[in-house]
Structure formats: C-alpha cells, structure tokens
Design a protein around this ligand. Structure first.
Ligand SMILES: O=c1ccn([C@@H]2O[C@H](COP(=O)(O)OP(=O)(O)O[C@H]3O[C@H](CO)[C@@H](O)[C@H](O)[C@H]3O)[C@@H](O)[C@H]2O)c(=O)[nH]1
Ligand SMILES: [Mn+2]
Length: 825
C-alpha cells in the first residue's frame, strides 16, 4: 500500500519582490497623479461642450486607472507550479483513482466528427490505466454521423492505443500526430508500422468524411450497431429522446485492444431535447454527463474538455493528480485548470486569439491570489466540488483511492436503460441542478460562474501550465468569429458581475480580496467599452472643433501623459514578447483590443442592459472550428477577414473613417489657417495612431479585391436584412439595431452647430429609424422613448451631416459615413 512520505507531490514558485516591476508600477502611479492634477486644475469653466468633453476624458481616465490597478493586482506575484509524477507513481500507482472524462460537441457541421474523434482518441491514449478511465461524449447535435464517427473511433482505438504505448508518441491525436511527425525511415520495423497506421487512419477518416458528404448513414453501416435504431424515432436535432450507447464497456473482459490490454469505457450520450424545454447549452450537457456518469463509473475526478481540445500531453492526468492527491495541500484543491492553448496560431497572431498574455501572465497571478477560474476546458475537478459540496478546513475530502468493489455490476444494456432518465428534460425540474448542483445555468460563461461558486464554497484551485502544453484547440480564424466569441465572454463575465455572484459583494469575507479583484479583470471587460469608445471618438471630434483635451506638447504637463503612454506600451510589448509573441504580433494585439473594446464589449455591455430590462436572453453561439479553403489560406497569410456584413464591422468602419477624416480635415485646416500644432498635437498623435492601427481595415475597404474585403454594403440597412448562420448571431444583430437606435435617441448631443442640412440623407435616416418595423421586437418602453425624441435626432443629425460635409466635400460616400458616425454618438 501507499507509504507515507514527506516529500510533496508538487512544488510552487512565487515570483516576489520584482524590483523593476514595482518601480514601473510606482512611476505609473506618479504620472497618473499628475494627470489627474492636471485635469482638475485645467477644468474649463466656460463653454459646455468643452467642459463636457473634458469631464468625459477625466472619467475615462479614472476608469482606465481603476482597470489598470486591478491588472497590476493580478500581475503582482505570479506563481508557477511543478509536479513530481515519479513520487505519485511510487506512492499510489496501484490505487490511482478512476477518472471520468467529458467531451462536449454541439454541431456536426461546425465541429466535424473527425475532429471530435481525434480529441477522443488522444484522451483514450492517456498514459493512465485504461480500466480506470471512462469517456463520455455529449452530442448536443444529436447526430448519427457523430455517433458513427465514435463507433469508428472505438474500433480504431484497438490499434491506436497499443501504437501510442509501444512507440511512446506525442501528441496522441492521430490527425495532429501525422501532421507534425516526420516519417521514420531509419528503423524499418517502426517505419512499417508507422505507415500502415497512417494508412489505417487516413482510411478511417476518409470513410467518415464520405458518409458525412452523403448526408446519411448507409444501410450496411446502420446494420453494424443497434445504436443507429435510436435515430428512427428521433424526429430532429432539437426534438428527440435520450440516446445513450455504451460503445466500449471497460468492465467487459472482451473489451481489449489488439495486445489484450483493457480499453477505457466509451459512452455516447445525446441528452433528451424537447422544444418546450431550455437545454442550457454546454452547462446542461455537462450536468447530464455528471448524472449519467455517476451511475456508470462514478469516478471521483472529472476532466472536461471541449471537442476541439485534443490532449497534447499524455501525462496530464498524472500531473493533475499530483495536486489533488498531495497529502499536505491536496485536500483543499477543488480543481486543476490547464491553460487554453491553440494549435492553429499564425506567427503574428492577427486576431490575437492565442490569449498568450492571459494564459502566461494573468492566470499565473490569479493562481497565487487564490486560484484560477474554471475556463471550461482542460480542467480536472473533484466530482464533489461540481456537485456543490463546501470545503471546510480540516475536514477530509472524499478519498481518491481506487476501489474496484465500488464498481457497478449491472450489464451495459441495463445501465443504458436505467441511465436514460437521468438525461431527460424533465429530470432537473424542481431540483438544485443548474443552481447549487453541477454547472450553473443562465450565463454564457457558465464555466467561469461555476468556478467562482466553487471558490466561494471555500475550495482553492490550481493553475498548471507545463512546458509541453496539456491541450491544444482551435482558435477562431476570422475576425467576426473572434469578435463574436469575445462578445459572448464579455457579456457572460459582466453578467456575473451584475449578478448576486459579484465577487466584490459576495466574495467579501469568503475569498481573499486579491482574488475578488483578480476576477474583476475579466468580469469588467464589457464596461471597458465606454471609456474606450470615448477615447477613440471624442478626442478626434474635438479636434475638428479645435477643442483641446490634452496639455500643450511643449508644456511640462505633457510629460506625464507621454511617459505613461510610452511606459505602458513598452511594458505591454515586453510582456507580449516574453510570452512568446512577436513585435508585429503585439501591434496586432493592440488593434484587436481596440476592436474588441469597441464592438464585442459594447455588444456584451448592451446585451446585459437589455437583459436587465427583460428584453433579451443570453444565447451561446458556438465557435466554428472549420473554415473553407479560401478563408484558411487568408488566415495563413494573415490577411484580415471581413467578407460578410455585420454591425460589428459597421462600427469599426465608422471609427476608422471618423479618425481618417478628422485627421485629414485637421491637417487641411491647419494648413489653411496656419494655426500652431502645439495645442492639439497630442490629439493629432492619438488620431494618427488609431489610423495606423486601422491599416488592414482601410486596405479591406479601398485596396483589396478578394472575397474577404470589407463589403461595400456595410451599413445598418444591409446588416438588417442580413442573416448569418446560427440564430444566435441574427438575434444579436437584431438586438443591436434596437440598442443602437435607443442609444442614439437617448444620448446627449455632442455637436449642435445649426447649419443647413443635406437633403438626400434624411431619407436614409428615415429608413434607419424604421428599423423598429423590422422583425425584431422592441419593448413598449423603448418604443416610447424612441418616438419621443425622434425630433431631436433629426436636428442633431442635420447639423452633424452639415458639419462633416462642410469640412470635407459633398461626396456621397463621406456623407454616408457621417450617418454611421452619428449613429454611434
Ligand atoms: O449548446 C451547446 C453549446 C456548446 N457546447 C460545447 O461547448 C464547447 C465550447 O464551445 P465553443 O463554441 O468552442 O466556445 P469557445 O468560445 O471556444 O469556448 C470557450 O468559452 C466557453 C464559455 O463561453 C467555455 O464553455 C468553453 O469551454 C471555452 O473553451 C464546445 O465543445 C461545444 O461543443 C455544447 O455542448 N452545447
Ligand atoms: Mn472552442
């Protein structure tokens, strides 16, 4: 039996007292103080517009300061972990616990079955006793194609597992392995096995893909397994009974691979779906798996991965157990989170989807502050934490030791029948599931909320980020995908902030203050849109009117501003490169932050407001994991993907034009009137920087001719009639229209310089104003406020068009842009 030993199973290194970092922080604090002093001292007391603009800048800066502060809290003392797997093996090898692995998939079109089974195979091949592993695939797409692919995977695993074991290969996803590995030619035995395995895999893959192309399962295949019969009674993807098939029963003596070694249990589950029941997206799928697995295998440890996150390191389970089974500190650890890393990042990471700084810096800091949040994939939980148990210091947690007497004896077919009710729609009614049990419902980032609740119940968590990454997934390969994904995150995160689970309120006394603040870095993504939108629009607009918002460049007051800008940029660039990025990548990252802050965060923010008003419910738009060849090619070339019209792009275009036009306008004005630059120089630089950042966007509008250029119809009108794949996004667009209209109507006026109006544009505006007649619903109260102030909008609209046209030309294009511009303000 396991002998006690004093040596811990893991080690933690905390980076403390980093002098340079602290000096940097201090210097920034000092410059911020100067900036606020400047703002207060020079508050204009005369004209309202000037004063308003000034106050706006002041409040934006206050916000940025607060946000910067919580970012520093997260970065203060990062910690790094190391495990000792040899000690784990020495002490516990025979009693290592069972582990249940949950993989979620939702749609066979955007999450192709071959990708899903690669994830499954990589996990089946863990360097861990197979009889102790049970894999559950939850298929929210309820697709017989996915089922078929899983059936093929269960057969292929008989060859694949021994192959992985014998040659000790990594990664153990066949697709990734054969893509990355070079064919061995020196060793003939190895070489033969290698190529025959490769052919076997390619064969399987082709077979699955051809069935996918066919669109239905051919009869000869249907006869191979009783499971296909289930689809005779399933009427659609959203309306079917529970489908539960145990494809490999690990307890069965015949379930062995080609070398006679046991195979892990493999279960296919499509929980019941009925139109009248909400299915709660991934959270619902996870909860169904928690219940079903509790009857079949009931392992004390649960690993959860998304269907695109294949295992890249066959030792991850052992790594995680080093934390959970540590005699000294293991008891209080509720979950072990691995970073979310990606396999398809290009060199300069155009869409900044690698999340490098978050994964390499921020979450390490959060770890030391109390533990990382649960980010939904690559996470090992104790089953009891997911089931709502509280942690009490000193009380022993459930034993993780393996005990085969606890295994259920029922036959697989009996289990299938008895487990089905656990995944039925009605099961959760009047229970604590979705509230105190399992993953929480009602939030698009159910994972983060659930993780917070676990912290709240007294557990801590661990972030483990080994050199060889544990899991690799697929990052979005198009701009819109990335923005929509970020929108879901920012919306969900802000929803948590506004809920009863706001860390600042309910965390008080339950979790350390520094963890409360660390959570806020993400939970407050969405409200960043306000200050950011302000900073990318108002200083430019003020430029047009000659309003100065910053000190003269030659005065001593400019120094804190310049220093702050330089130092924070240098710091962030340094950090980015330290995380493995390139300078170009950092520049791309800056652009994406501006884009995300002005679109995704804005949408996320507005959606929360609409939700609070009872107008909208949150949805989960699944991120596509495949792209057609054209898109992939442009992604490889790091060419920004626009293509489809979207309100998000309209905002980006508007902002890009606003800044470009102001910049040109101001230069012309300066040239004509010969004013000095000094007073407005900082605003001009800001405007110029935004223009530089927007370079790919201008190219997309003016230069590029390919399919993915910015669509010329990117305007609100076009977005209205546009429907993108998946109802979630359409809904988002609809709601966005409503939201912008209302926002516009309610917003105060920034320009009010009565000038004659330009007629043709009025009809355009009228059209826009009739958006309420579009298919999207507007609540009564909104409609009311909208009608009320329509007059004001017209007035403001006319003056701004006039302003722009008088400044520029009567060019139609430019006036159209002004419409966008107005919509925004
Ligand atoms: O109704 C649904 C919707 C999604 N999923 C699955 O959830 C996972 C994540 O969805 P994806 O579209 O890939 O979202 P991402 O933005 O990539 O996901 C990140 O963000 C989510 C929260 O917004 C987390 O749940 C994920 O784990 C995390 O990887 C995928 O495996 C889906 O198949 C379901 O099972 N059912
Ligand atoms: Mn994903």
């Amino acid at each position: 039996m396991a002998e006690k030993s004093n040596l811990p199973l893991f080690e933690t290194k905390v980076f403390k007292n980093r002098l340079i970092f602290r000096l940097y922080t201090l210097s920034i604090v000092i410059s911020i103080c100067f900036i606020f002093y400047f703002r207060i001292l020079h508050l204009p007391d005369s004209k309202t517009a000037e004063k308003l603009a000034w106050l706006g800048a002041f409040f934006s800066e206050l916000w940025f300061t607060f946000y910067w502060f919580i970012n520093i809290v997260v970065r203060w003392n990062p910690s790094y972990r190391r495990t000792f797997k040899d000690r784990l093996s020495q002490r516990y090898d025979n009693v290592l616990p069972g582990i249940d692995i949950f993989v979620c998939t939702a749609d066979p079109m955007i999450e192709p079955p071959t990708m899903v089974i690669n994830t499954i195979l990589s996990i089946m091949a863990y360097n861990y006793p197979s009889e102790k592993m049970s894999l559950y695939l939850s298929d929210d797409g309820g697709s017989d194609l996915t089922f078929y692919a899983l059936l093929e995977a269960s057969r292929f695993s008989k060859e694949w597992l021994p192959f992985c074991r014998n040659f000790n290969i990594e990664p153990r996803s066949p697709e990734a392995y054969f893509r990355k590995a070079v064919e061995p030619i020196n060793d003939s035995l190895w070489s033969n096995e290698w190529s025959s395995m490769k052919n076997l895999y390619e064969d399987k893959k082709k077979r699955i893909e051809s069935v996918a192309e066919l669109g239905r399962i051919p009869d000869d295949i249907r006869e191979q397994h009783k499971g296909f019969l289930e689809w005779d009674t399933a009427s659609s993807q959203r309306d079917h009974q529970t489908i539960l098939q145990i494809l490999i029963d690990g307890r069965d003596a015949n379930a062995v691979d080609n070398e006679g070694q046991p195979l892990p249990t493999l279960v296919y589950l499509a929980r019941e779906k009925r139109p009248q029941f909400h299915h709660h997206f991934k959270g619902g799928a996870m909860n169904a798996m928690i219940r079903v697995s509790s009857r079949i295998s009931n392992s004390p440890v649960i690993l959860n991965v998304d269907c695109d996150m294949y295992s890249n390191n066959s030792d991850s389970v052992r790594d995680a157990l080093c934390f959970l089974m540590d005699e000294e500190n293991g008891d209080e650890i509720g979950f072990v989170q691995f970073p979310q890393c990606f396999d398809n990042i290009t060199k300069n990471d155009l869409y900044s989807s690698s999340l490098n700084v978050i994964m390499q810096v921020e979450i390490h800091g959060m770890d030391n502050n109390g533990g990382p949040g649960y980010i939904g994939t690559g996470c090992f939980h104790r089953r009891e934490t997911l089931c709502g148990r509280k942690y009490k210091r000193g009380s022993k947690t459930e034993s993780l030791r393996w005990d085969h007497h606890l295994r259920i004896q029922d036959r697989a077919s009996v289990l299938e029948e008895t487990c089905k009710p656990l995944a039925s729609c009605g099961y959760e009614e009047n229970t604590e599931w979705g509230k105190e049990m399992g993953l929480k419902y009602g939030c698009p980032v159910e994972d983060f909320l659930t993780g917070f609740a676990i912290h709240f119940r007294g557990w801590r968590s661990i972030y483990f980020n080994p050199e060889r990454k544990g899991f690799l997934g697929v990052a979005p390969t198009a701009l819109l995908q990335s923005l929509v994904q970020t929108k879901r995150w920012s919306e969900g995160d802000f929803q948590i902030f506004l809920s009863q689970y706001c860390p600042l309120v309910c965390g008080h006394g339950n979790i350390p203050l520094k963890l409360q603040l660390s959570y806020c870095v993400w939970l407050l993504w969405a409200p960043n849109c306000l200050a950011s939108l302000y900073y990318v629009t108002i200083p430019s607009l003020c430029l047009l009117r000659g309003i100065s918002l910053f000190p003269k460049i030659l005065s001593q007051w400019s120094f804190p501003f310049i220093y702050l800008f330089m130092a924070t940029s240098a710091y962030s660039a340094g950090e980015f490169i330290w995380c493995g990025g390139t300078l170009r990548g950092w520049w791309n990252d800056q652009r994406m932050w501006v884009y995300k802050r002005t679109t995704s965060f804005l949408f996320g923010f507005l959606d929360n407001i609409l939700r609070l008003l009872g107008i909208s419910k949150s949805a989960f738009v699944v991120t596509a994991k495949v792209a057609d060849d054209d898109v992939s090619k442009r992604y490889e070339q790091e060419l920004m993907e626009f293509g489809a019209p979207s309100p998000m792009f309209t905002i980006l275009t508007t902002l890009a034009f606003l800044n470009a036009l102001t910049f040109i306008g101001v230069l012309l004005k300066l040239a004509m009137h010969g004013q000095t630059l000094d007073q407005l120089a900082m605003q001009i630089v800001l405007c110029g920087l935004l223009i530089c950042l927007n370079q790919p966007l201008y190219e997309g509008i003016f230069i590029r001719k390919d399919k993915a250029k910015m669509p010329s119809s990117t305007s609100y009108g076009s977005a209205r009639s546009h429907t993108l794949q998946g109802d979630g996004l359409t809904e988002v667009i609809g709601r966005f229209h409503v939201a912008t209209c209302t926002m516009k109507v309610r917003a105060g006026c920034c320009f009010s310089i009565g000038r004659p109006f330009v007629d043709p544009e009025v009809s355009k505006l009228k059209e826009l104003m009739h958006l309420r007649e579009s298919k999207f619903l507007i609540s009564k109260s909104e409609e009311f406020s909208y009608k009320l102030s329509r007059k004001h909008v017209y007035r403001r609209y006319r003056s701004s068009i006039a302003l722009m046209s008088s400044l520029m030309s009567s060019n139609r294009y430019i006036s159209r842009i002004s419409v966008h511009l107005l919509l925004l303000i």
